[in-house]
Design a protein around this ligand. Structure first.
Ligand code: PHE
Ligand code: NA
Length: 458
């Protein structure tokens, strides 16, 4: 393959806007609406949110810029791009691990993401059927528990979700992806605003705001800080080759720094709005903010069950959550597919099929960890892994280790190993702004990640 292979083949996003939509589609997903509220709840609120926002600014945005840049400059799959760049720049071969980390991590993350995406799929139907109308918290909680307990149900939803992802990715980067994202992202914003509006009528909006924004550091553990860092990486889809893969289709004229800021801004906006929509409901219904992965699947149906037009709004909301999950899942499959196409010489459709099949198989482990294997804690004998199911373990491995460490490696590679020329060609920053960016990327980003990891080791 040649450098910028996709550019030479004319296989690119149709415009800057198309890339933004795709990248925002990747970034905005279950991470914002499902995961952010539940881990904020588990980690005590305000202090966690503050650390998360700091991580977005100091780690997330700089790494996002660096990663998209590496992708565009390499112009191929993460593995091939890193090989290309290490050769062209004359740097150590060890940097190529960044590409491999990406392929493996995106494989693993999709295996469990698809299972949760399946829950969203299931809930579109459940809400539309009206079973939650007027139901109380206990009934709705019971319905969620019932779903988790059924291996067959979870497997079915996981399978459908993966099949859709494979179909879309198999059709190719433009025809498959751009269209869906174009119309549905704006709709998601509108619906979130409606939900926040509804949340203000519960009388607990103020309590939710202070839960989310007044930091109480006594509630924050060192593992919580690691989770905040990991989530900053997870939510921006960085450190695992996805943004590198998307960047490889980016036209040369697009300004990467500005584009990355837009992506981060939208992503953070959706997460905060989701929190503001959900926590008032949690407090108004006497639920536990730290209830875990089921948080939105209990609070939201409860709200939709009480509000006028709830069946319509609820169906729409979970429909959009599903779309957001799909556009993220699609991006997770992309590095794997790009790699199979380039390195194994398999067609795109076949790559999507076989890659998807392997991921689906591994995903069955996550399905089981919510029922048959729910009491099995692999590595549970180690201090960190006590009580962690296979799903918890995969999430920890990818979100708390592979993504932040991948991000660290990218920051170091771009900050210290790449030559000035390459940076000048790609980043789109000049003068003092460029210097400031490089300072952050070279010193603050790595230091931030290192401090979090050292704290957790000690
Ligand atoms: N950013 C996505 C979300 O918040 C998840 C994701 C992680 C997507 C890694 C791609 C790669 O839901
Ligand atoms: Na996100």
């Amino acid at each position: 393959a040649t450098p910028k292979a996709h550019q030479q083949a004319g296989n690119l996003w149709s415009s800057r806007m198309a890339f933004i939509l795709a990248a925002v589609g990747s970034a905005v997903g279950l991470g914002n609406i499902w995961k952010f509220p539940y881990i904020t709840g588990e980690n005590g609120g305000g202090a966690f949110v503050l650390i998360y926002l700091a991580c977005i600014a100091l780690v997330g945005i700089p790494v996002l810029i660096a990663e998209v840049m590496v992708g565009r400059r390499g112009g191929q799959s993460p593995v091939a791009s890193m090989r290309e760049l290490t050769t062209a720049e004359g740097t150590a071969k060890g940097w190529r691990l960044i590409g491999w980390n990406g392929i493996i991590a995106s494989f693993l993350v999709l295996s469990f993401y698809s299972v949760i995406g399946g829950w969203a799929l299931a809930y579109v139907g459940k809400i539309a059927s009206g079973v939650f109308t007027g139901a109380d918290a206990a009934t709705i909680g019971g319905a969620f528990e019932g779903m988790l307990a059924s291996t067959g149900d979870l497997l079915l939803w996981h399978s459908i979700f993966m099949a859709v992802v494979v179909l879309i990715v198999g059709r190719g980067i433009r025809s498959g992806m751009e269209k869906a994202i174009n119309t549905l992202m704006p709709l998601l914003f509108v619906l979130l605003f409606i939900m926040v509006g509804y949340a203000t009528t519960t009388g607990k909006f103020g309590e939710a705001v202070s839960f989310m924004f007044s930091p109480d550091f006594s509630k924050l553990t060192t593992e919580g800080v690691l989770k905040a860092l990991g989530h900053a990486a997870f939510t921006l889809s960085i450190g695992i080759g996805v943004m590198m893969a998307y960047g490889s289709y980016l036209p040369q004229k697009v300004n990467i720094a500005r584009t990355a800021m837009t992506i981060a801004f939208m992503d953070t906006g959706v997460a905060l709005l989701a929190g503001l929509a959900i926590f008032p409901l949690v407090f108004a219904n006497g639920l536990e903010p730290g209830a875990g992965p089921g948080l939105i699947f209990v609070t939201l149906p409860l709200a939709f069950g009480q509000m006028t037009g709830g069946v319509l709004f609820g169906t729409l909301f979970f429909g959009l959550l599903l779309v957001a999950a799909l556009t993220s899942a699609i991006s997770m499959l992309e590095p794997v597919v790009e790699w199979l196409e380039e390195h194994k010489g398999i067609s795109r459709a076949k790559s999507a099929f076989f890659g998807g099949l392997a991921i689906w198989l591994v995903g069955i482990g996550t399905v089981l960890s919510f029922n048959v294997w729910s009491d099995i804690h692999p590595l549970g004998f180690l201090p960190y892994f006590e009580g962690k199911t296979l799903f918890d373990l995969l999430d920890f491995l990818v979100s708390s280790l592979m993504m932040p460490l991948g991000g660290l490696a990218i920051a170091l590679f771009v900050g210290w190993a790449m030559q000035r020329q390459g940076l000048d060609d790609e980043i789109g920053l000049k003068g003092a702004v460029y210097s400031a960016f490089m300072f952050v990327l070279r010193y603050l980003t790595p230091a931030g990640i290192a401090v979090v990891f050292l704290y957790n080791l000690l």
